[in-house]
Design a protein around this ligand. Structure first.
Ligand code: SF4
Length: 226
């Protein structure tokens, strides 16, 4: 599960696949409606925009997940390191002992030629679950997805667009390989889309209809298989 907790950002990277930042935060109501329909969560990733600009929503997600008995097994977040790092670290450290798969937890810092260089040593690098996988001394342009601002800049490659991968869970439920929940409260199968692509290439499925929509997809697949 990937939550786009905000579309705001405090950087303006040339390679940003999202496109221009938007003044939009995920609402607590979206988290409520999402978790009402969820039986379990393997891992939650907080995405953006820049996720550190909406730490209160991240905190709210864990509070609500705890109440609903659906704490994820692990978490992951990539931050540009520019703001609210103490708050972000605090909320993740608080829930870390509750994670069933702590070895799968991570926070990564974006370090490459496209992001602004930070003049202080980022605090998150000292966390026990810090993961350096997003530190690239010289990020190969071929790995940049040509979407959003990268498309405008003419850099990167096209990238692949996904469809929802669903299967039955043996009961009445649906297992979803990847569920992207955007800040506007709609669901998508792909975390690598620009905001424009989301609007133009996909059916807008509001979060309250996620389970019926995905169940419908599963029924279609089963009908095709027989
Ligand atoms: S790549 Fe990340 S930090 Fe850079 S503009 Fe896009 S969302 Fe912001």
């Amino acid at each position: 599960m990937i939550l786009e907790v905000t579309r705001r950002c405090n950087m303006c990277c040339e390679h940003c696949l999202r496109g221009d930042a938007q003044n939009l935060d995920m609402a607590e109501e979206t988290v409520d409606k999402l978790l009402e329909q969820v039986g379990s969560i393997a891992t939650v990733t907080f995405s953006g925009g820049e996720p550190s600009l909406n730490v209160p929503l991240i905190r709210y997600f864990f509070k609500k997940a705890r109440e609903c008995g659906v704490m994820p097994y692990s978490f992951y977040v990539v931050t540009n390191g520019k703001a609210n790092q103490l708050d972000l670290a605090a909320v993740l450290l608080e829930v870390y002992p509750e994670m069933e798969e702590p070895e799968a937890c991570g926070i990564s810092l974006s370090v490459d030629q496209y992001h602004e260089e930070l003049d202080t040593s980022p605090l998150v690098k000292g966390l026990v679950f810090y993961d350096p996988q997003k530190e690239h001394q010289d990020f190969d342009e071929r790995w940049v997805l040509r979407r959003g601002r990268a498309y405008e800049s003419g850099i990167g490659t096209a990238g692949v667009t996904k469809e929802f991968q669903v299967e039955g869970d043996g009961g009445d439920g649906v297992m979803v390989e990847e569920l992207y929940v955007s800040a506007d409260g709609s669901i998508y199968p792909d975390c690598n889309l620009s905001y424009d692509d989301m609007e133009s290439d996909y059916e807008q499925v509001p979060i309250e209809n996620a389970l019926p929509f995905l169940t419908g997809l599963l029924k279609e697949e089963l009908a095709e298989a027989v």
